[in-house]
Design a protein around this ligand. Structure first.
Ligand SMILES: NC(=O)c1ccc[n+]([C@@H]2O[C@H](COP(=O)([O-])OP(=O)(O)OC[C@H]3O[C@@H](n4cnc5c(N)ncnc54)[C@H](OP(=O)(O)O)[C@@H]3O)[C@@H](O)[C@H]2O)c1
Length: 228
């Protein structure tokens, strides 16, 4: 079948909770074939994703798991959108840089930048063929400096850099997007014991991401709010 006659295909890492789940659901409703992942079997079951969504259980830092994701894309036959969403804050509670070890750094960077770096490279042939988009979920911590957010913020700054450099090197449309604060498990982990009910739900950010994809502005770093 001609590639233009097939449903659009997205790979969204970490689609079993928070923003990744909200985006995966919304893309599925719009008729996309979505491939996603997550480590926790309980979270995968609780997500109750539509049948059209293909869940490949596993950890993005695991090479065999990434190979399974690439195989799922190969079976789907195309890739129009790669979303690097799965992420970690690092050791909890979050702590000042002076208390961070190299092992802490490696754990954060393997998830937040190592996996996106190599997964993008492995998926380049499909992204190129479909004139696809790479969208990495960044943070305001990538450009601002908050106490205890150093490891995470540095990894997001690196993610922005790698994402946009891929765009420069390959001509792919690449975006680093700060979604803003959201009421998710990750956000609660960052603010333990705090009432975060005033933060917007991740579902409220998804329309902005979809508008970004529809408008397809120049590659670069954006805030989701730029498209609200
Ligand atoms: N929430 C905020 O306020 C906020 C603000 C700025 C930026 N962001 C960014 O927005 C994105 C989404 O955040 P969120 O708050 O929705 O996160 P979340 O609630 O923690 O959800 C993360 C999702 O990713 C999966 N995941 C985590 N580590 C993984 C790994 N190693 N391999 C595969 N899947 C993994 C999780 O499932 P498992 O744990 O079961 O694997 C879950 O499905 C992240 O990139 C985050 O840095 C969030």
């Amino acid at each position: 079948m001609d590639i233009n006659e097939q449903a659009s295909v997205a790979l969204v890492t970490g689609g079993t909770a928070g923003l990744g789940l909200a985006l995966t659901r919304a893309l599925a409703v719009e008729g996309w074939h979505v491939i996603t992942d997550g480590r926790s079997a309980e979270r995968i079951a609780a997500a109750a994703l539509p049948e059209s969504v293909e869940v490949v259980a596993g950890d993005v830092t695991d090479a065999d798991h990434r190979a399974a994701l690439v195989a799922a894309v190969a079976a789907a036959g195309r890739l129009d959108l790669l979303v690097h969403n799965a992420s970690t804050l690092g050791p909890l509670p979050m702590r000042p840089l002076a208390e961070a070890s190299i092992a802490d750094l490696q754990q954060v960077w393997r998830t937040n930048i190592g996996a996106p770096l190599v997964l993008t490279g492995e998926l380049l042939p499909w992204l190129r063929e479909a004139d696809g988009v790479v969208l990495s979920l960044s943070s305001d911590a990538a450009v601002n400096h908050y106490e205890t957010w150093g490891l995470y913020g540095a990894s997001k700054a690196a993610l922005d850099h790698v994402t946009l450099t891929y765009g420069a090197e390959t001509g792919l449309t690449a975006y680093a997007v700060d979604p803003g604060d959201m009421r998710t498990g990750m956000h609660q982990d960052a603010f333990p014991g705090e009432d975060i009910s005033d933060r917007p739900l991740p579902e409220t950010v998804v329309p902005s991401l979809l508008r970004l994809l529809e408008k397809r502005p120049a590659p670069g770093r954006y805030r989701a709010g730029d498209f609200s």
